[in-house]
Design a protein around this ligand. Structure first.
Ligand code: SF4
Length: 476
């Protein structure tokens, strides 16, 4: 089907509808009943499209707008795009691919998909009819070039402009394109986003998400290593430009930095904080960190520069389990980093994993005790799951059950499944149902009644078994 046009191409970047509120990210998908992040991957592609003069991009976030599949199809028809691109999630992949097929069949428009699972399994997704092409890996540069080619060749179809790498078409497999120069990435097109619909717990809105680097040199066994081991960072100036635009043009008050590992280079974090202070960019921000590399001095600088919360990947209270998870930095206790952040007045949320095949009851208890001993402000508990691309997935085949469409991945041992679900709920109960946390929530109830009610509802849901064995996934 011809797409190319020199006098105006409409391109729709779609976060597909979902049965419940979810955050789809490049590498993972998780429930987000009471918080929601902007779909950064789609905003980056929209930003790439904005750089091509003949193209009019639009973002449709069916999750944020709470659209049904039918309403989403209507909205797609109404925009009458030349091309649709959607983000395929992980656990939602079956529904996402089915919806991609419906767009192709019912709106009759070429459809591309991008995301971590589509990058791993392009042939299967094309075979299932979920798209006309798969944008592989980090797609911004390839997508922009594709739009440039289409705008120069009226009537051209995807097959006429397919590059050597970065776009897989039916019967035409391709490697991923080389990683982009990070400073040449487009600015996310936040002017197209319904910013009032996004936010994170207890943080001021409007709320946005940015990425300042990709890649991580570590080898955690549960991680999908979404951007490889080589770290590629944007220059501090380049990041500060995005922050300035968000603060001055979109009135953004909180930014979440969603790098694989934001604090990998303490010097870069220092330079970034100095830049924020020198430019007087008054914005709250949060980031993801490992439990090392932040000392008291850096934590204080981060706090002065607006950092209000750090999500630290602690994972386990057992040094044996932390070693097994190949945290790379070793099994040192996370106390110094957590204490430095807390002393600087920064909230600390700890990520933990429960239900690894080898985790004993004592080791699980050590995790809960560590979270309490560290006096964390929040915990996010995830059940270990064998995702493709992780070491956990490469266990003996009889231990892992995997199906791509509809997506399903789990350890086959039913006792393990029951144990990890029980431990997840017990962790939340034992951590949150304590006087110190309840007192904080009680005080917040008067200051921020809606956010606190939402937090309490979310918490209450964490204490009871989730239907369908669904899990929270917010691993760094
Ligand atoms: S979990 Fe975090 S620290 Fe570990 S490999 Fe993945 S991105 Fe790196």
């Amino acid at each position: 089907m011809g797409i190319g046009a020199s006098n105006g191409m409409r391109v729709l970047l779609l976060n597909p509808p979902a049965q419940e509120r979810i955050n789809r990210r490049f590498r993972c998908t998780y429930r987000a009943r009471h918080f929601l992040f902007p779909p950064l991957e789609m905003l980056l592609l929209a930003g790439a499209a904005q750089r091509v003069p003949a193209v009019e991009p639009r973002l449709l976030d069916a999750v944020a707008d709470q659209l049904t599949p039918e309403a989403t199809l209507d909205a797609v028809r109404k925009f009458s795009p030349s091309l649709v691109v959607y983000l395929g999630g992980n656990d939602s992949l079956g529904d996402d691919v089915a919806f991609g097929r419906r767009i192709r069949e019912q709106v009759d428009v070429p459809v591309l998909v991008t995301g971590y699972m589509p990058t791993l399994y392009p042939a299967e997704i094309l075979e299932a009819g979920g798209a006309d092409g798969v944008l592989l890996g980090e797609p911004e540069r390839v997508f922009e070039d594709l739009l440039i080619q289409l705008s120069r060749q009226p009537g051209a179809s995807l097959v006429d402009v397919v590059p050597d790498a970065g776009l897989a078409l039916p019967g035409k497999p391709a490697p991923s394109a080389p990683p982009p120069d990070m400073d040449e990435l487009p600015a996310p097109a936040y002017d197209l986003a319904p910013l009032s619909l996004y936010g994170d717990f207890f943080l001021p809105r409007p709320f946005a998400v940015l990425q300042t680097s990709r890649g991580c040199p570590f080898s955690c066994s549960y991680c999908v290593h979404p951007h490889g081991k080589q770290v590629r960072a944007r220059s501090v100036e380049n990041v500060l430009d995005d922050v300035r635009r968000l603060v001055h043009h979109q009135s953004v008050r909180t930014i979440r930095f969603e790098d694989d590992l934001f604090t990998l280079s303490p010097q870069r974090v220092r330079d970034f904080c100095q830049g924020l202070l020198e430019r007087e960019l008054n914005v709250s921000w949060t980031c993801l960190a490992r439990p090392e590399g932040i000392d008291r001095e850096l934590a204080e600088l981060m706090a002065r520069a607006g950092c209000v919360r750090v999500y630290v990947g602690i994972e386990s209270g057992s040094s044996r389990v932390r070693k097994e998870l190949q945290r790379g930095g070793g099994a040192e206790p996370p106390h110094p980093v957590v204490h430095a952040l807390a002393a600087a007045g920064i909230e600390v949320a700890g990520f933990f994993i429960v239900g690894l095949p080898s985790e004993s009851e004592e080791e699980f208890n050590a995790s809960v005790n560590l979270a309490i001993e560290l006096d964390l402000d929040y915990v996010v508990v995830s059940r270990a799951r064998p995702y493709p691309g992780t070491d956990l997935f490469d266990r003996p085949p009889e231990e892992v059950e995997f199906k791509l469409l509809p997506f399903r991945t789990r350890f086959t041992d039913p006792v393990m499944a029951e144990t990890s679900e029980r431990r997840e709920r017990a962790f939340y109960r034992r951590f949150y149902l304590r006087p110190r946390i309840l007192k904080t929530l009680y005080r917040r109830l008067f200051r921020e009644p809606r956010a606190t009610a939402a937090a309490l509802t979310e918490l209450a849901r964490s204490f009871v078994p989730a239907e369908g064995g669904a899990v929270r996934e917010d691993l760094i």
